[in-house]
Design a protein around this ligand. Structure first.
Ligand SMILES: Nc1nc2c(ncn2[C@@H]2O[C@H](COP(=O)(O)OP(=O)(O)OP(=O)(O)O)[C@@H](O)[C@H]2O)c(=O)[nH]1
Ligand SMILES: [Mg+2]
Length: 616
């Protein structure tokens, strides 16, 4: 005797599969385990209206056929007939949530394309009605090419119709339709799902309507990426344009604090410690608070409005070329502010290899701590001319540095994905939330938290390294005719570093700055400032600003090599620490530090020697 036909109940998480399974099978259930995995198998029996027995299996909820968890892998393997301990189903019962139709139809379309006899349960129709959503089940059925039955699983409504539908499906010999495989591209799939859902909806609430209208534009194949590029352009412009005034205030405040301390403290070591070490060192760094907050303001707003998930969707195809998915986009975008929250945000990537690769390339995104270094060197060495009469050369160089970071990250991801982090990449299957006006209180709270983290960093790690550096460069004191930066302890340490970095064009002062800059990149600026100020005894020269000083002492190839170094060098203890925490060990942070330093060395060397040969 043939075994009873097997029907798989399948759909997105929370569609109501189990509720429907219970309604269909009643008490006749058996719970077991799939062999070899810790995934539960829930099977049950039901009887068709004509008396034939049918076996039902309740599969784990899934967003698509590209699994991102062991549960989802079981679902896919059962559907492809590859799961140990399960035969290929004879028919599918796809459960979709009527009030979340467009999201759930994405998976449904993939499932229908498998070509098995299929019926769709349009579940939670009660919730949809409550939300003012009227769906035309017949139209939906015509578009999908399979029967659609309205159900309310928890009230057992539609159960009889469903049994009737299943009986029809399972009549006669099993016929497998050769279904056209739906596009593997999530954006394409999303569009088909959207248009089928929109066609099936008779009426909907204004919020849904607005969301659909906006998505028609924002997810449009041409307009979508252009709008995204425009938003990113405005964001980076704003980081510089809007920060000028508040940066001025902070500088005034720091100068005032320095003056007050100088006036109160007697001249000597203590005054030098407080003014040169603490106030100027930390002050140089907190001037960048406004830029960081502006960047975070944009990111928080994009997240709160629901746009960020769409941006990730749009980026998915591009990210796939380098072996990542759209999910990596949000962590990488946050890394423009700081790699630490960026790396923490990779927790939403459930594909392990995708996540690891994203963590390893996140430090290549130009974080805000690089800005002090970049702007200092650019202001000192790149003339403030216009290119083509409109675009500033300095801004262009800065843009080039950002671009170098992005291109470096994409190339590194492509290489890592083919070597140490080999494996299939996950597809982007996240539900698209509806658009919302951001709740200003939440945004303000988010900004406040970022500011607190940053200020804590400035008050902790940066204050400590600045003070240690001040001590190391101030002692022992130079005698007459000696240079402080050479006789001091720091000077001797720098000698060692210099032998390594001399071939890429770095001088003694840069070597000295590199070590404390391991704590945080922006420390490089205060370190160079400290080195030059402890060297100059002459008050006038001390008053000259850092840019003028660099211009006199560094050849242009050295300055350019220094910029190239900072595009790649992993000079940030916090990033290394958070990588250790997120990857549970030292293996990956050490790997990251190694490959990034190697890249930095090569980039600096290539830049230096090319510039020399070009006669700059
Ligand atoms: N109002 C209403 N609630 C429902 C309906 N069907 C299911 N629910 C509820 O929706 C929730 C999710 O239902 P489940 O049956 O657990 O969903 P599932 O698809 O099995 O979810 P996973 O196993 O997590 O993938 C439960 O709280 C159900 O009580 C329905 O037709 N109407
Ligand atoms: Mg369930």
């Amino acid at each position: 005797m043939n075994p009873a036909p097997l029907v798989a109940v399948v759909g997105n998480p929370n569609a109501g599969k189990s509720a429907l399974f219970n309604a269909l099978t009643g008490a006749r259930q058996k719970v077991g385990n799939y062999p070899g995995v810790t995934v539960e198998r829930k099977g049950g029996r039901m009887t068709l209206p004509d008396g034939r027995p049918v076996e039902l299996v309740d599969l784990p909820g899934s967003y698509g056929l590209d699994p991102s968890s062991p549960d989802e892998a079981v679902t896919r393997d059962v559907l492809l007939g590859k799961q140990k301990g399960e035969r290929l189903p004879d028919a599918l019962l796809i459960v979709v949530d009527a009030s979340n139709l467009d999201n759930h139809l994405r998976f449904a379309l993939q499932l229908i394309a498998l070509g098995l006899p299929t019926v769709v349960a349009l579940n939670m129709i009660d919730m949809a009605r409550r939300d003012g959503l009227e769906i035309d089940a017949e139209r939906l059925s015509a578009d999908l090419g399979v029967p659609v039955v309205e159900t309310v699983a928890v009230r057992r409504r539609g159960i009889e119709q469903l049994r009737g539908s299943l009986a029809e499906l399972l009549l006669g010999p099993r016929k497998i339709r050769a279904g056209a495989a739906p596009s593997h591209d999530p954006l394409q799939l999303q569009r088909s799902a959207r248009s089928i859902a929109a066609h099936a909806v008779r009426s909907e609430t204004p919020v849904r309507r607005i969301t659909h209208r906006l998505d028609a534009v924002l997810l449009h194949p041409v307009a979508g990426p252009l709008i995204l590029a425009g938003i990113l352009f405005v964001m980076f412009q704003a980081v510089f344009a809007w920060s000028e005034t508040p940066v001025g205030w902070i500088e005034t405040l720091v100068a005032w604090a320095g003056d007050r301390a100088s006036a109160t403290l007697p001249p000597g070591i203590l005054r030098s410690l407080v003014v040169d070490g603490a106030i100027n060192g930390v002050g140089a760094v907190i001037t960048f608070l406004p830029q960081i907050l502006i960047l975070f303001l944009f990111i928080l707003l994009l997240e709160a409005t629901g746009y960020m998930v769409r941006a990730a969707f749009l980026m998915d195809r591009l990210m796939h070329r380098v072996g990542l998915s759209g999910r990596s986009f949000i962590p990488l975008l946050s890394s423009f502010a700081c790699a630490v929250p960026g790396i923490m945000a990779t927790r939403t990537i459930d594909n392990e290899k995708d996540r690891l690769t994203t963590i390893l390339v996140a430090p290549l995104m130009t974080c805000s701590a690089r800005l002090p270094v970049y702007t200092l060197v650019i202001a000192a060495f790149i003339p403030a001319r216009k290119v083509g009469g409109v675009i500033g050369l300095q801004g262009l160089v800065l843009f080039g540095l950002y671009l170098a970071g992005i291109v470096g990250a994409l190339l590194a991801a492509a290489v890592l994905r083919r070597s140490v982090a080999k494996g299939a990449s996950g597809f982007f299957m996240m539900e698209l939330p509806k658009y919302q006006l951001p709740i200003l209180k939440d945004v303000a709270l988010g900004l406040w938290q970022r500011a607190a983290i940053f200020l804590k960093r400035a008050g902790g790690i940066i204050l400590v390294t600045t003070l240690v550096l001040w001590a190391l460069t101030s002692f022992p004191q130079a005698g007459p005719g000696q240079k402080q930066s050479e006789v001091s302890i720091a000077g001797h340490i720098a000698d060692g570093i210099e032998t390594v970095v001399r071939p890429v064009g770095f001088n003694h002062e840069i070597s000295l700055a590199l070590l404390p800059a391991m704590a945080a990149r922006e420390v490089a600026v205060s370190a160079i400032a400290t080195v030059y100020s402890v060297d100059s005894k002459d008050e006038d020269q001390q008053a000259a600003n850092l840019e003028d000083r660099l211009r006199g002492r560094w050849p242009l190839p050295t300055a350019l090599a220094f910029l190239a170094w900072f595009v790649f060098a992993p000079q940030c203890i916090s990033t290394i620490a958070v990588t250790r925490r997120e990857t549970n060990g030292w293996k990956w942070p050490l790997f990251m530090v190694g490959y990034l330093f190697a890249l930095a060395y090569i980039a600096a060397g290539a830049t230096y020697w090319l510039a020399r040969f070009a006669g700059l």
